[in-house]
Design a protein around this ligand. Structure first.
Ligand code: AMP
Ligand code: ZN
Length: 146
């Protein structure tokens, strides 16, 4: 067992962190990309079609807490995902967003980068107001991204 995963599971137990629980497989998610350090899965309240979150497997609360090599791994995964939404979903653009602390709109305190595909003329205004997504549509778009 690698130390990183062990720490993540401890964090999930101690902090009851929902994203650590996704990493641990305790909560289902539509995973579209993963590597040794990161996981990318669909946001359940998507701002646009194909909205995904990239997280480190190792728990870090936010941008002020994450270690630099973990941030680099997340950045590389977010870049992969940005290319994927261009190629698979024919996105016309993309927003990468990180929210740090409540003052910066953060609501889930496990570091994550939003990869939000943008489409010419889409109505999205930032910050968006999350609303539950259509789970069938989210599953279908996850399939298109794998
Ligand atoms: P933030 O407000 O920047 O911290 O973003 C948190 C994001 O996590 C929101 O866009 C939520 O819709 C998303 N989210 C919360 N719980 C889950 C979950 N179980 N699976 C996928 N996305 C989630
Ligand atoms: Zn966590």
């Amino acid at each position: 067992m690698r130390a990183r995963n062990w720490l993540g599971w401890v964090a999930a137990m101690v902090e009851d962190c929902i994203f650590c629980r996704i990493v641990a497989g305790e909560i289902p998610a539509h995973v579209v990309d993963e590597d040794e350090r990161t996981l990318t899965f669909m946001d359940i309240a998507p701002a646009t079609r194909g909205h995904a979150l990239v997280i480190p497997r190792q728990h870090a609360a936010d941008l002020w807490e994450i270690e630099q090599d973990e941030l680099l791994a997340v950045s590389a995964a977010a870049h992969r995902q940005a290319l994927r939404v261009r190629d698979r979903l024919e996105a016309d653009g993309v927003n990468l967003i990180n929210s740090c602390r409540p003052a910066g709109w953060q609501t889930v305190f496990h570091f994550h980068v939003h990869v939000i595909p943008r489409y010419d003329g889409d109505p999205l205004k930032l910050p968006w107001v999350p609303a539950p997504g259509d789970m069938q549509e989210i599953a279908a778009v996850a399939q298109a991204l794998r």
